[in-house]
Ligand binder design. Sequence first.
Ligand SMILES: [Zn+2]
Length: 250
Amino acid sequence: MTGPPVDFDRLRYMRCGTCSHEWEVGAEWLERFDTGDEPCPNCGTNCTSEDRPDFWVRPQDPAHDDDTVRARYWYHSSTHAVWPDKNFDPAAQLTDETKRRMEHAGLTPGAVKRWAARQKAKALHVGTYEAAIENMLRRMDDQSDAASRFYLHRVQLRSDCVIEPGIHREPTDFMGDAHLEGKCGPGVNVLRYVNVHEDPSNVSLAIEISAVSRVQSIPIPLRVDADDPGLRDATARLLAAAARCTDPGR
Ligand SMILES: [Zn+2]
């Protein structure tokens, strides 16, 4: 059970939507591309075109291989300590007034139940370690989650999960939700997609809860216990070393 080495600054892989040229780029190239100053090196299509170059997954990426996808760890960051939560009831957050309106005062009975079932069938998203951390940092940067406690969840898939062939575009609708049903073959509970937002040009997965074998969760950033004896020793040594540096007479 391994994963790729952690690297937040790796080169990104691009594919041109016009001429299909594929190549690697660095952060500076992407900055110039986003301002319209750098086009596809093969055909000259820039960021203003509908068929613009976009992030793509390298042909040699190990995530093309189903056995690797099943063997690897996948990550998700969340403000929920328990994730995914099998007992989650989406209707619990609705007020009685909202429920009454959803059922049109009794004219469409069962509407709330159907809505809740659809909410529960939403795909979960997991990706690389870097993608999970970048997602957390982006949410912290948005004022609403600046002070939230986050959790990093490490996921192992079931050895019998069913993976849709190929790597796809992110399967989300305008609400940011993904449903695998209707998009994949029968029984599929894992869909690979190229992540263009976090750790771009690497593979993330939209999965159903039935594909999950095991989840390990830790709070991040880790809480530090100031009374830990090992930490106290290390702090004392650091302070002593700092005192020696600033006091050449000692
Ligand atoms: Zn091109």
